[in-house]
Design a protein around this ligand. Structure first.
Ligand code: ZN
Length: 451
């Protein structure tokens, strides 16, 4: 059993939104045994193998990332893709991505997950749809297992290349039968449906503009047959909606509904351009959204109607999106950006920092179909982040929980997943930071020769 105590504030994120001053928490075998004040849990100290002092810190549930393309961590700030919107941005990047090898996917995934872990994330999904030169989903899963984060790998895909009216070049698309066969392979090999699972798999065609209607429909049938979740990009910007109207004769929400892509086992990235009827559809069906505000800003996609979505009851979590359209993988930054954007459109009293923090933790867990993480309560998994609020940029915050979101995003002091340390004193525990950087540098040097 391990015990953490003397947190300035322990943010439970439970139904009662409890925040415990001088908070403490005990856990064993990855499961939370007790949450309370340090005085209440003092008798447990005798039997603890380790006692962690969190004086000066805020403790929160681990942050949950609902949308990423970890392979993009090696294509940040790429010249030619800096000042363009979605379709132009993709066209600049596709030829570089087409040169990736298995080692590059491993290195990029490791780098992106290290960045997430160091900034307090305990669970991430990864939308991986790029499979050139023998790359397999297994390469990203190997990297995740090394870092120690809870991981929802998604078997993405692109099948409609330029020659068939799609956006990606033919060199990065796959045959649809091969996509479905490999999706079945990775689900059977890796998906763990049990409570406390460290690894799950979902089915995730890249977007309506890069796969066929048949594949969207088949993917939904396969996911239901296997009992796994479905994920894709939807209604990201005005071009995306225009493509849907022209190609399919309907808006993205209608397209999703017609193909079985709504329900509590589905989450869509972005949904910046959903209209009122589509928000109602998502709310009625419990369809989830991965809101990625920094990426939406970077690509000029617009401001998602998050206030309206949350008020309507749409399950909504935060995502950093791939590092080619955000250049950063810090979920506190997304929480801050989400809050700021909703204040721009709705007013300063219409989005509280605590609400943003809830989306970044419990909101994301719900979107990914997890009721075993996202809050610090008896019986939940011990996934949490310890934030030192006594450093230069945080000192001065009177309300430390609000300060965590309002002030510039800080790095986590400690991060635990399933009760095991992933970050201690600001550094990675399960892999060496130098090794992650060396792997990334090696791949980057090679990829840069294709600029
Ligand atoms: Zn994305």
């Amino acid at each position: 059993m391990k015990l953490l105590r003397h947190a300035d504030v322990l943010v439970c994120m439970d139904d009662a939104a409890r925040e415990i001053a001088d908070g403490a928490m005990a856990w064993r075998d990855g499961v939370i045994l007790a949450v309370g004040t340090s005085t209440e849990l003092a008798p447990l100290a005798e039997d603890a193998d380790e006692v962690i002092d969190a004086t000066g810190c805020v403790v929160t549930p681990g942050l949950v990332n609902t949308h990423h393309h970890l392979y993009q961590s090696l294509t940040r700030a790429l010249p030619g893709a800096i000042n363009v919107s979605l379709f132009g941005w993709l066209k600049r990047l596709y030829p570089i991505w087409a040169r990736y090898t298995a080692e590059d996917v491993f290195a990029a995934t490791q780098l992106g997950l290290a960045e997430l872990a160091l900034s307090g994330c305990t669970m991430s999904s990864d939308h991986h749809y790029l499979f050139p030169d023998g790359v397999r989903l297994d390469d990203s899963i190997d990297a995740a297992q090394g870092i120690g984060l809870r991981f929802h790998a998604t078997r993405g895909s692109m099948s409609v290349g330029e020659s068939k009216g799609g956006l990606p070049p033919d060199s990065v698309v796959e045959d649809e039968d091969a996509i479905l066969a490999d999706t079945i392979r990775v689900i059977d090999r890796y998906h763990d449906a049990s409570e406390g699972a460290m690894l799950r798999v979902a089915v995730a065609p890249c977007s309506p503009f890069s796969v066929s209607t048949d594949l969207m429909r088949e993917a939904a049938l396969l996911a239901r047959d296997k009992g796994v979740m479905l994920h894709t990009h939807l209604a990201e910007d005005a071009d995306d909606v225009a493509f849907s109207m022209e190609r399919f004769g309907c808006r993205p929400g209608q397209y999703a509904q017609d193909l079985g892509w709504v329900g509590p086992d589905v989450w869509h990235a972005h949904c910046v351009q959903l209209d009122a009827a589509e928000i109602d559809l998502f709310a009625r069906t419990g369809t989830g959204i991965a809101h990625c505000p920094c990426s939406n800003c970077r690509l000029g996609s617009g401001i998602a109607p998050v206030r309206a979505m949350v008020d309507a009851g749409v399950p909504l979590g935060l995502g950093v999106d791939g590092s080619a359209s955000n250049d950063s993988g810090h979920l506190l930054n997304e929480a801050r950006q989400a809050m700021l954007l909703q204040r721009v459109t709705n007013g300063a009293d219409r989005f509280d920092p605590r609400e943003a923090l809830r989306l970044a933790t419990r909101g994301g867990a719900k979107v990914l179909g997890r009721s075993d993480v996202g809050s610090l309560e008896l019986g939940k998994r011990a996934d949490f982040a310890v934030w030192d609020m006594a450093d230069v940029a945080s000192t001065g915050a009177w309300d430390k929980v609000a300060g965590l979101v309002l002030a510039p995003p800080v790095q986590a002091r400690d991060v635990f997943v399933e009760g095991r340390a992933v970050v201690r004193d600001g550094d990675l525990v399960q892999v060496k930071r130098a090794e992650v950087l060396a792997n990334a540098r090696r791949s980057l040097d090679r990829l840069m020769t294709f600029a």
